[in-house]
Design a protein around this ligand. Structure first.
Ligand SMILES: NC(=O)c1ccc[n+]([C@@H]2O[C@H](COP(=O)([O-])OP(=O)(O)OC[C@H]3O[C@@H](n4cnc5c(N)ncnc54)[C@H](OP(=O)(O)O)[C@@H]3O)[C@@H](O)[C@H]2O)c1
Length: 264
């Protein structure tokens, strides 16, 4: 029997880079997906040398039409069976809704929601025929609340959480061996927290952030353990629990005030 293979989107940076390292350490061969091919080639060379696994680089822009279908065909074309899919690639745009560009917001919805849904559909079907597989979808703590000045991003993550939990239940009820989980990190120290391309900058103290490695480790562990929703870290768990104590209206007011006061 050959090695198992994991496909990680957004593998060139941040949490996706850590997912790739952790899965390679567990013996998975990797399919690395992101836009920057040069970065993916570096990751591929490093991980294949460090762990003796096979890496395949598939540069792709998941905001392009039919990107998921094309990626699926590329993996099928190379006889790569995907045993673990990590839908990690994601975009964030901060700022007042009507002042942010419409094209950017549409791109964010396409990558965060559409590509993730299409890849889940294509690979869940394939995994179900083999009666095994794992899908880990990146939601966020933002999924638990409406966030003024980050409203489209938070809504995409609420979609990911809702979609993934429902899909996890469907797969479990079908008893088809496909395990599906949503990972809901809070602030995590990656370039997403400090990226000039993302509109306004959100000022968050470094001690309020988890490391990408810790988040990725808890995500993989939770998915392998069959959890449908994973909130990594005690502080994030407490925040998620607190959100349930407020009415949605009051919570939105409090969160809106925090974001307005902490955005440049
Ligand atoms: N950091 C946080 O605080 C935080 C909190 C909660 C949830 N999350 C979620 O965690 C996931 C990873 O975030 P991160 O913090 O690691 O972000 P990051 O450091 O900005 O990395 C994002 C990754 O996505 C890839 N990507 C972006 N646009 C893409 C596109 N159009 N097509 C293909 N790949 C694309 C990027 O690679 P290229 O630029 O090479 O394409 C990069 O590898 C995201 O879904 C994010 O929403 C992050």
């Amino acid at each position: 029997m050959g090695n198992r293979t994991a496909l990680v989107t957004g593998a060139s940076d941040g949490i996706g880079l850590e997912f790739s390292d952790i899965l390679a350490a567990r013996g998975y061969d990797l399919v690395l997906v992101a836009r920057r091919e040069d970065k993916l080639n570096e990751v591929s060379a490093k991980l294949s040398q460090k762990y003796g696994i096979n890496c395949t680089v598939m540069a792709a822009d998941l905001s392009e039409p039919q990107a998921a279908q094309i990626l699926f065909q590329r993996t099928c074309g190379q006889n790569l069976q995907i045993d673990f899919l990590v839908n990690n690639a994601g975009l964030l745009h901060n700022g007042f809704f009507t002042e942010l560009g419409l094209a950017e917001q549409e791109r964010m919805i396409t990558v965060n929601v559409l590509a993730l849904t299409s890849l889940s559909h294509l690979y869940a079907n394939d995994m179900a025929t083999r009666e095994k597989g794992y899908i880990l979808n990146l939601a966020s703590l933002a999924a638990w609340m409406a966030i003024p000045n980050q409203n489209v991003y938070a809504a995409t993550k609420a979609y990911v959480l809702s979609f993934t939990q429902a899909l996890a239940d469907e797969m479990k009820a079908a008893n088809n061996g496909v395990v599906v989980s949503a990972l809901c990190p809070g602030y995590t120290a990656t370039k997403m927290m400090d990226n000039p391309d993302q509109g306004a900058k959100l000022r968050i103290a470094p001690n309020m952030m988890m490391s990408a490695k810790e988040v990725a480790e808890l995500g993989i562990k939770g998915c392998l353990a069959g959890k449908s929703a994973i909130v990594p870290g005690a502080a994030n768990k407490i925040t998620a629990a607190i959100t349930r104590l407020f009415s949605k209206t009051l919570l939105t007011k409090l969160v809106g005030s925090f974001y307005r006061n902490n955005m440049d």
